[in-house]
Design a protein around this ligand. Structure first.
Ligand SMILES: Cc1ncc(COP(=O)(O)O)c(C=O)c1O
Length: 389
């Protein structure tokens, strides 16, 4: 069996090198393992990288979203919207903050929340004197920005807050600005989970240019405790909060990975370019990346042009699994998940469901070689042709 056949290919994988290991060990040896200099450095470097005024590092992308929603003080039973094609953490941040969940279908081409449908929903609510949304969380799905200019404009006009869930898109750009600059959002968050652009093992980042929100989120991260210069028993709890702190070890890894962010994104971009030119474009269509955007290429998605049956799709998956190519599919639409469906009586979202029926995610991560890619593409194209997909 050749080396290529022995290798297993999954949709994503982290890349840790010796410098990362050294950085983590150094941070343990320093004696401060939580809330020290690594955290301060990490936050400063990320806010410089994104060109936002304030950055907070927290224990996960989920924590980042939760704190971000809480900081907006939207009140009881607020109405929060997001895309059906996202990870559970996005709707959960609305629910955990006391909100009612609503969804907006995706744009068929970009796979991101459609701003036209966002506007339609607002107009429908107004016309029928229904509850207006208070919050929208567009998701930069697969590493590519939503049409944030349009979304932010519509939101501002209607007094709706915007949190950009860019968990999958650290390092991506929109209109020449890095995501996280918060030019088109009140708050932007990133995840540092292992398969993301860079990782801190687990972790999350929150960016904003709003000092008031930053101060609130800082307290939300530490159980609402405001320290003073006096003994600890004189410290006061001045707001609600939780423990969403991130350790120095995680920040040391994050700092070390940040040194390589451009290299990682370039590697992903090269893989995406190879796929784009080698996959059979009579069989597959790809996610449209808006001309104003550059993707961080978190996922590489193929969508069958012809309508395919569940059993053919499963055959395609099984044949490739035998070749050690383990396809994935992010995500089953939120409206089809039993918990949300029951709790919020969600409607059907045809574009999201159609995407789910027709798509797969191919392996994409730094470390895949030209030979790996040739092997993957040859098998994808051949299997699709053999199955007449
Ligand atoms: C779109 C999106 N939002 C939120 C999250 C949650 O991030 P974390 O896993 O760091 O909690 C993820 C992670 O997969 C994600 O992809």
């Amino acid at each position: 069996m050749s080396d290529l056949k022995k290798k297993k290919y999954f949709y994503g994988k982290h890349k840790i090198d010796n410098n990362d290991l050294k950085a983590v060990i150094k941070s343990i040896k320093s004696g401060t393992i939580s809330q020290g200099n690594q955290l301060i450095e990490f936050e400063k470097r990320v806010s410089n990288f994104c060109k936002a005024k304030y950055c907070l590092a927290v224990s996960s992308g989920t924590a980042a979203l939760h704190i971000a929603v809480l900081s907006l003080n939207l009140g009881k039973n607020f109405f929060g919207l997001t895309s059906p094609i996202t990870f559970a953490a996005t709707p959960n941040s609305i629910i955990a903050s006391g909100g009612k969940l609503g969804l907006i279908d995706i744009n068929k081409k970009t796979l991101n929340l459609s701003y036209e449908k966002f506007l339609n929903l607002i107009n429908f609510q107004k016309k029928n004197k229904l509850k207006m949304p208070n919050l929208v969380i567009p998701v930069s799905f697969a590493g590519s920005s939503s049409e944030m200019n349009e979304i932010f404009k519509i939101a501002k006009k209607n007094k709706i807050k915007v949190i950009e869930d860019a968990s999958q898109a650290m390092g991506a750009t929109y209109k020449k600005e890095k995501l996280g600059s918060c030019k088109y959002s009140d708050i932007t968050v990133f995840s540092l989970h292992p398969v993301k652009t860079i990782t801190s093992a687990e972790g999350g980042l929150i960016l904003t240019n709003n000092k008031k929100l930053y101060d609130r989120m800082k307290l939300l991260r530490v159980n609402g405790v405001k320290k003073n210069n006096n003994p600890s028993w004189t410290h006061n709890v001045i707001s609600f909060g939780l423990n969403y702190k991130i350790s120095e070890l995680n920040c040391a890894l994050g700092n070390s990975q940040l040194n390589k962010i451009n290299k990682f994104i370039n590697a992903r971009k090269n893989i995406a370019n190879y796929y784009k030119k080698s996959l059979d474009n009579k069989i597959f269509r790809l996610q449209l990346i808006d001309q104003n955007s550059s993707s961080a290429w978190h996922l590489f998605i193929i969508i069958f042009k012809k309508k395919i049956t569940k059993s053919k799709k499963m055959n395609f998956y099984k044949i490739l699994t035998k070749k050690n190519i383990f396809l994935d599919l992010k995500y089953k639409p939120i409206n089809l998940m039993p918990y949300y469906k029951k709790k919020f009586k969600l409607k059907r979202y045809p574009e999201a469901e159609n995407y789910f029926n027709q798509a797969f995610c191919l392996p994409i991560y730094p470390g895949l070689s030209k030979n790996d890619l040739k092997y993957i593409v040859a098998n994808i194209n051949k299997t699709a042709r053999d199955l007449k997909l």
